[in-house]
Design a protein around this ligand. Structure first.
Ligand SMILES: NC(=O)c1ccc[n+]([C@@H]2O[C@H](COP(=O)([O-])OP(=O)(O)OC[C@H]3O[C@@H](n4cnc5c(N)ncnc54)[C@H](OP(=O)(O)O)[C@@H]3O)[C@@H](O)[C@H]2O)c1
Length: 303
């Protein structure tokens, strides 16, 4: 039995809830920290004495410090995909990421895994990608041995990526592609990424490492759509829609309460989302990643 506690900020999210499960399998005690702790209780029940849900907001120093009290490790899996009011990419991905790292350092936490994204780059012209890059630098400045986890776009049964594509492929007679469908992507299975985070925290290597977690195959966006359609027995007609048209559409869509597409998403679809061969990843953590086709078959079988 492991009496070490790991606090997971964002432990109720798409990735975070899996990180919680994989950490428990690795016999860590886990403290799930989010703004809505009742979601943690609903997700995980209250039978496991090694699992605790606490209220915390990473914009608030005091609540971070409370959530970290006595912890051995911390995972920051908090997201922000659309800016609104005070919730900006800078406030969440740079300032608050730095705040979590600084509080972890101050509390004497031994291990920090900060979840970022493949392609994070402080010099990128895209605001989102730039803020993810600045966030990584700010985290390392506050906690020198921080582990940076950069997932590729992730898929899983309750994702917003593969399930949306599948739904649209089934409904639309003609599928509009982002640009010419040439952007490269290497989707990662969310359970594999969660296992990677748990193993990285269990490992004996305690110095700063950046892991890029990407799936077994690189696709062009068009190849990906065709692969998903093939697995699902569909034969869609794909048409190229120029990125300028997507930007205009997203600009209008952002006026809606829950926009189906945002300019930030369009910008992300213009940049390749693949791992660099020289960076450590699943292989170094002893994980053989699942393919989209494999998981899609399971998902289709379940429905
Ligand atoms: N999904 C992907 O394909 C993908 C790909 C690459 C990288 N990533 C990165 O992976 C990480 C996790 O993403 P995800 O898709 O799993 O996110 P998600 O499903 O949106 O979950 C976000 C989590 O963060 C919590 N949260 C949000 N704001 C918070 C705050 N101010 N203080 C404390 N908790 C807060 C949310 O709970 P409450 O709302 O209750 O607070 C929730 O538990 C992010 O860094 C994301 O950028 C994701």
């Amino acid at each position: 039995m492991n009496d070490r506690t790991v606090t997971v900020f964002g432990g109720t999210g798409f990735l975070g809830r899996r990180v919680v499960r994989h950490l428990r399998k690795g016999e860590f005690s886990v403290r799930i920290a989010s703004r809505h702790p009742e979601r943690g209780k609903k997700l995980f029940g209250s039978d496991d004495p090694q699992l605790q849900s606490v209220e915390a907001n990473i914009h608030d120093e005091r609540s971070i410090a409370d959530a970290l009290s006595g912890a051995y490790g911390v995972v920051n899996a908090v997201s922000l995909y659309i800016e609104h009011g005070q919730e900006t990419f800078h406030s969440v991905h740079v300032e608050s990421a730095q705040r979590v790292a600084a509080q972890a350092h101050r509390a004497g936490v031994e291990r920090l895994a900060h979840v970022s994204g493949i392609g994070s780059d402080a010099a990128s012209p895209s605001l989102y990608i730039r803020k993810r890059g600045e966030g990584e630098l700010a985290v390392r400045a506050a906690f020198a041995d921080a582990l940076l986890i950069r997932p590729a776009v992730m898929f899983g049964s309750d994702d917003a990526f593969l399930t949306t594509i599948l739904k649209l492929l089934r409904r639309l007679p003609i599928y509009p592609m982002f640009g010419g469908g040439l952007t490269r992507l290497q989707p990662a299975y969310v359970e594999d990424v969660a296992e990677a985070i748990a193993r990285a925290l269990q490992g004996t290597e305690t110095h700063a490492i950046t892991y890029e977690c990407a799936g077994p195959r690189v696709y062009s966006y068009e190849e990906f759509l065709r692969a998903v359609a093939h697995e699902s027995g569909l034969k869609p007609t794909l048409i190229a829609i120029p990125f300028a048209a997507w930007h205009a559409l997203a600009w209008f869509a952002e006026m809606l309460p829950s926009p189906p597409v945002t300019r930030n998403q369009v910008e992300l679809m213009q940049v390749d989302n693949v791992s660099s061969p020289e960076m450590p990843g699943f292989g170094e953590l002893g994980i053989s990643p699942h393919s989209v086709e494999e998981i899609l078959q399971e998902m289709l079988w379940d429905h």
